[in-house]
Design a protein around this ligand. Structure first.
Ligand SMILES: Nc1ncnc2c1ncn2[C@@H]1O[C@H](COP(=O)(O)OP(=O)(O)O)[C@@H](O)[C@H]1O
Ligand SMILES: [Mg+2]
Length: 307
């Protein structure tokens, strides 16, 4: 179990992580979603002991990273920044890591095989493509066969085949009962790869839940066609709902569930022809949740022109 407790990190005036508090449970893929600059990488670096929290802590089965005797056997990670010496081969890199954690060298060959880079394992890392580098990072994360795995923006720069592979791979790890914590700034990616999602913005916790739960929280408009739209609109407003004309014949009702709209219509003797809960798209949900939290919101989508 991975536990984040009142975690805060300041860099001078910048509050990168602001009193985050959540748990990541085993057996599911947990997404860590937030716009760029929202504090995902900082949180992951603190979990891994690469950065010190200003306040609070991150623990792995009750202990902070520095207290782990053989850290690679307890937590594996793929981070954004590549720390591999470019002149080294993948195999030598992994062998050095393995030695430092009392991991047998046979395990190095296992993870090279599994990640599909065994055939290039003796080549210098400098010659690797981005996808091969990602696979090497994954091989390193798996080296100690840890129960907890962190992946920071793992699909960045991967081709569609690589992305599919990595999604299936996360599922497999979770099914084996591991804790899988994956960051992304893309809601669409999280929707496809994560069972649970933790949303943050500007370092702060915003929401946690399944994709369905997050969608239900934010969505909640109901499309209605009825025998008396005008009277129904008045009833909806009297119950604190909002009404927008969708077109000539349909109303979009906000603030009330479809059950509530149906019951109100029935009580008023209005016949319903259609009553459809509208789901917000995932991107709308994400934008809605993080609207106040986008650090570098662009004012315009127009391409600036030179004078
Ligand atoms: N080493 C650092 N020094 C100063 N500011 C940093 C440092 N690392 C991150 N930050 C700042 O902290 C905030 C969160 O960054 P980061 O954790 O990288 O976000 P994310 O991974 O969600 O994009 C940003 O404003 C970033 O500029
Ligand atoms: Mg990041």
């Amino acid at each position: 179990m991975l536990k984040i407790e009142h975690l805060t990190k300041r860099y001078g005036d910048v509050v990168a992580v602001d009193d985050l508090d959540f748990e990541v449970t085993p057996g599911v893929v947990t997404g860590f979603l937030g716009p760029n600059g929202s504090g995902k990488s900082t949180t992951m670096r603190i979990i891994l002991g690469l950065d010190r929290p200003t306040k609070g802590r991150a623990t792995i089965d009750g202990r902070v990273y520095a207290e782990l005797r053989h850290p690679l056997r307890e937590v594996g990670a793929l981070l954004e920044a590549k720390a591999v010496h470019p002149g080294r081969s993948a195999r030598n890199h992994l062998l050095a890591m393995a030695a430092s954690n009392n991991i047998p060298s046979s395990r190095v060959d296992e993870v090279l095989e599994f990640t599909g880079i065994a055939s290039v394992a003796t080549k210098r890392v400098a010659t690797y493509s981005l996808g091969m580098n990602q696979r090497l990072g994954i091989a390193a994360a798996l080296l100690g066969d840890p129960q907890i795995l962190l992946f920071d923006e793992p699909v960045n720069g991967l081709d569609p085949e690589g992305i599919k592979w990595i999604r299936d791979f996360f599922r497999t790890l979770a099914k084996e009962g591991r804790t899988v914590f994956v960051s992304s700034h893309l809601m669409s990616e999280m929707a496809l790869s994560a069972d649970q999602i933790i949303v943050i913005g500007r370092g702060r916790f915003i929401a946690q839940g399944s994709v369905d739960e997050l969608t239900a929280d934010v969505a909640g408009s109901v499309l209605v066609r009825s025998s008396d739209q005008e009277r129904l609109a008045a009833i909806v407003r009297s119950r604190q709902g909002t009404v927008h004309d969708r077109d000539d014949r349909a109303l979009s009702v906000g603030g009330l569930t479809s059950d509530e709209v149906g019951e109100a219509a029935f009580a008023a003797g209005i016949t319903l022809y259609e009553l459809t809960p509208q789901r917000a798209s995932l991107e709308e949900v994400f934008m809605g949740l993080t609207a106040d939290a986008v650090q570098y919101a662009s004012a315009s989508t127009e391409v600036p022109r030179g004078a």
